[in-house]
Design a protein around this ligand. Structure first.
Ligand SMILES: Cc1cc2nc3c(=O)[nH]c(=O)nc-3n(C[C@H](O)[C@H](O)[C@H](O)COP(=O)(O)OP(=O)(O)OC[C@H]3O[C@@H](n4cnc5c(N)ncnc54)[C@H](O)[C@@H]3O)c2cc1C
Length: 409
């Protein structure tokens, strides 16, 4: 199969790259890994850049015009996402859940009114979304969600707590998984709400990660009144919709992150050429050469797996359990890749950015620490392997999940 772009697509790619170069924020410094000192500045930079993309006709390329999209082709969407990943992925991070989960879920499962209200505001950068699934007692076992939503008149009254909610502190809306029927089997009593994060009774408390950043949060809900029009699908249909959201989350990484890793592997090769260990360039060390080759192969496998699953998704298919393969392909190899980078730097690897001795402004230190979350976020590696075993290979069910399916606790 020939994966090269045809001349028109290559022309569009060049045109878009040149647009991005001219339209990155004025204070954008591609040599600096941490672009913004505060999360508030990062949020504003994301929103401003998304607005520019929208105004120039590069946002939501393949979504229908009636919902604010461009009504263009699947390939143009892939080209735009890949260029953005390799030029300014840091600027895109606040929108990862928004574009990777909120957009496809609302588009696939939302009512026509919900699509018309929410999608255009996402595409033009007005709104950022977060995903409120995990709770202190419901992570891998999402069906265990205990945040309650009780219908009273034309509202649901929501009480409970979410945790690890990425970008909740920047978000305007939340994809919220709640329990609406506590008396039935766990996965049958869930519902899916679109919640305005400015409603009274919502308390967002940032949590600091190993990187020193507070990217995710605890979110507390106390008597929050959510209008019933914000229900997605039917009451107690939340499990099916949540699975759809998670499938999309697993697939988006393949194309977007795959392109970013490809850039990183070339940065690593370049670092191996200029970094010396025991008087010799690291690139000449046989062990590091093996590790670099292994990482390169893993990134290429992710890239081509991503192109296949993303094209299936954008042709109208809802991603299936094979999305778990992509999740494993972007999470575990990234931990190996960043470990290799740290190993190459030797003792200098202990120095973060900002020091005259730090290499690449501390980019690899940040990437190494952040990669630890890769095998947990969007479902742990163990859970992905269970899904592949049961739903792709047809192996017998994991005992704890078999109990859930039968409605036992
Ligand atoms: C960086 C980051 C960002 C995140 N962002 C979000 C977000 O925006 N929104 C959100 O809702 N959540 C988010 N999460 C939460 C994430 O989805 C959960 O952490 C994850 O699903 C695991 O749940 P848990 O932490 O409760 O671990 P647990 O479910 O308690 O699992 C603990 C360990 O047991 C293993 N385990 C559990 N069940 C099984 C089983 N059946 N078979 C084999 N092994 C099993 C797990 O693999 C894991 O190693 C984020 C997490 C991270 C790290």
């Amino acid at each position: 199969m020939d994966f090269r772009f045809i001349p028109e697509q290559e022309e569009f790619r060049k045109e878009f790259i040149s647009w991005v170069e001219k339209n990155l924020p004025d204070d954008w410094d591609s040599a600096r890994y941490r672009k913004y000192e505060t999360q508030e500045k990062l949020k504003q930079a994301y929103k401003d850049f998304q607005k520019k993309l929208f105004d120039a006709g590069y946002a939501a390329m393949h979504y229908p015009k009636e919902y604010g999209g461009q009504g263009r082709t699947l390939m143009e969407e892939i080209i735009v996402l890949q260029v953005l990943s390799t030029t300014c992925i840091e600027l895109r991070m606040p929108g990862v859940v928004t574009h990777g989960m909120a957009v496809p879920t609302i588009f696939t499962c939302g009512s026509d009114e919900q699509k018309k209200i929410f999608l255009p505001k996402i595409f033009d950068g007005t709104h950022i979304w977060c995903q409120g699934f995990s709770e202190p007692d419901a992570g891998s076992d999402v069906a265990n969600v205990s945040t309650m939503a009780v219908k009273e008149g034309d509202h649901y009254i929501v009480n409970g707590q979410k945790v690890w909610t990425s970008y909740a502190h920047m978000s305007d809306y939340c994809l919220l998984l709640v329990r609406t029927d506590p008396d039935t089997a766990k996965h049958k009593g869930l519902s899916y709400l679109l919640v305005d994060m400015s409603l009274p009774g919502i308390d967002v408390r940032p949590m600091t990660q190993i990187t020193g950043e507070a990217e995710f949060n605890e979110v507390f809900f106390t008597d929050v009144e959510v209008p019933i029009e914000m229900l997605v699908g039917h009451e107690n249909q939340g499990w099916q919709i949540a699975i759809t959201t998670l499938m999309f989350e697993r697939v988006i990484g393949d194309v977007v992150i795959g392109a970013a890793y490809e850039k990183n592997i070339h940065r690593m090769i370049e670092m191996a050429e200029r970094t010396k260990r025991s008087g010799k360039a690291v690139i000449e060390d046989p062990v590091f050469r093996q590790q670099l080759a292994k990482s390169y192969i893993e990134v290429m496998v992710l890239k081509y797996h991503g192109l296949r699953s993303f094209s299936h998704q954008l042709k109208g298919g809802i991603p299936g359990p094979e999305g778990s393969i992509g999740k494993l392909l972007w999470s575990e190899p990234n931990q190996r890749l960043t470990e290799t980078a740290i190993g190459m730097q030797g003792p200098n690897s202990q120095i973060m950015g900002g020091s005259p001795w730090s290499i690449d402004d501390g980019m690899w230190q940040y990437a190494f620490l952040r990669s630890k979350g890769n095998t947990i976020e969007a479902g742990t590696s163990e859970i992905q392997r269970n899904i592949i075993g049961e739903r792709v290979l047809g192996l017998p069910k994991d005992i704890s999940r078999a109990k859930i399916a039968k409605g036992k606790d």
